[in-house]
Ligand binder design. Structure first.
Ligand SMILES: Cc1cc2nc3c(=O)[nH]c(=O)nc-3n(C[C@H](O)[C@H](O)[C@H](O)COP(=O)(O)OP(=O)(O)OC[C@H]3O[C@@H](n4cnc5c(N)ncnc54)[C@H](O)[C@@H]3O)c2cc1C
Length: 382
């Protein structure tokens, strides 16, 4: 069969575009190199627990259109992300707010906290004698001062990047929001939650009526399946959500990524750490954080209904070819390289490039959907 669209990638960009095209009466085939749909939001059910296989995913948005769009496919629970930082056994609430300041300095009022932060910033600047921060350490010190930097930023960031903060550029931390309210909610968005039946069901509904071929890599040569050489025999248009440098045969060189490795363990306890995400902010722990997946979906005593729990330790590692490309590194080298690939992409008239890998950009889920909806609308007008 010949299709109107071949979509490479069944993640949120591909699935949103596929849904819009299907609603407009188009025929679509989606291929994905993985053995499942959903891209990075995919969850694996282990011991009755939805494990976020490619990292914890909390849906959050203030965009009414996107919220309405996703609610066609699923309802969301009332999960709010309240992260705990563990520094050598001392626990702090994140993001930085009155609870954190109370735990750090035993102060109680916003006025006391504002004074502490102001004094800490001044002290850091005087001590280091800098006007403009020259590296990430100076930048963080100038924003939140020594105590918060030492316990909650320094070693965590060094684990994330595999480099000393003094060797990292200041632009990595442009802002460090501080709240002078007792508010542990990580996100400021109006809507937040996890799909009631999990992300997989949501994506399945988005792809209802669409042909899907799994274990199908666009760059493999297999005449029976669409690939980079023969796709025009299968479809009129291509929507590509894979890596943009791969699409052009890496002709200008490889784009760099930072990646993470996950180690999941089933534990014979109903409740391991009492919270969905705990960040480990000292070098004592080799991992950056531990996710306990049941806390995304079970609340209060429901946690004890299952005598087991699933935890995942996340390790930050240097990216090498063949690994999962998670986070783009938006430094000058990569942005120049991406601009060259983008110029090639802009010349293609029957190919749409979209999503985090094709646009070499970190996107949260809601902006990915928003972007796919916009791309579809724009495409329909042209
Ligand atoms: C660790 C981590 C945690 C995150 N947490 C959150 C969060 O809490 N909240 C939030 O809003 N967002 C979060 N995100 C962002 C979220 O994952 C992305 O916004 C979303 O996955 C982007 O969807 P996408 O379709 O662009 O890409 P993807 O989900 O990566 O989908 C791309 C798909 O294309 C397929 N593909 C690629 N190349 C080929 C090929 N050559 N042939 C065939 N198929 C191919 C891949 O297998 C994949 O299925 C997180 C991201 C990471 C990395």
């Amino acid at each position: 069969m010949r299709y109107d669209y071949l979509i490479v990638g069944s993640g949120l960009f591909g699935a949103t575009f596929a849904y819009c095209a299907k609603q407009a009466g188009k025929s679509i085939v989606v291929i994905d190199s993985r053995p499942h749909i959903g891209g990075n939001v995919y969850q694996e059910n282990v011991e009755g627990i939805n494990v976020h296989k490619y990292g914890p995913h909390v849906f959050h948005t203030s965009n009414e259109e996107v919220w309405k769009f996703v609610n066609q496919f699923t309802k969301f629970n009332h999960f709010e992300l309240h992260t705990i930082a563990n520094y050598k056994g001392e626990l702090y609430n994140l993001p930085f707010n009155m609870n954190t300041f109370h735990q750090m300095w035993e102060i109680c009022t916003p006025e006391e906290a504002e004074k502490k932060i102001k004094d800490a910033r001044r002290e850091a600047k005087e001590l280091l004698k800098f006007d403009e921060p020259r590296n990430l350490e100076e930048q963080a010190l100038s924003l939140v001062g020594r105590d918060i930097y030492k316990k909650l930023i320094k070693e965590y960031t060094e684990k994330q990047w595999g480099r000393k903060c003094t060797d990292l550029p200041s632009f990595i931390i442009r802002r460090l929001p501080v709240r002078f309210t007792y508010d542990n909610n990580y996100f400021n968005d109006i809507y937040q939650g996890i799909p009631i039946d999990g992300y997989n069901k949501m994506i399945e509904k988005m792809l209802e009526g669409v042909d899907v071929m799994l274990n199908t890599n666009f760059f493999d040569s297999n005449d029976d399946k669409p690939n980079c050489k023969n796709w025009r025999n299968f479809a009129d248009k291509l929507v590509y959500t894979g890596k943009i440098d791969d699409f052009f045969g890496n002709c200008y060189g490889n784009l760099d990524y930072r990646t993470v490795r996950f180690e999941t363990e089933i534990i014979n306890k109903p409740n391991y750490q009492g919270v969905a995400i705990m960040n480990f902010t000292s070098h004592d722990a080799p991992y950056t954080r531990i996710m306990e997946h049941k806390h995304f979906e079970k609340f209060g005593n429901e946690v004890y209904d299952n005598p087991k729990t699933a935890i995942t330790r996340e390790y930050s590692v240097e990216y090498e070819t063949g690994m999962e490309p998670y986070y783009p590194i938006n430094n000058d080298r990569n942005m120049e390289l991406y601009a060259k690939y983008k110029a090639l992409a802009d010349k293609e008239t029957d190919i749409i490039f979209g999503g985090r890998l094709a646009e070499y950009k970190y996107y949260d889920m809601a902006p990915t959907i928003e972007n796919a909806l916009k791309t579809w609308k724009k495409h329909m007008i042209v």
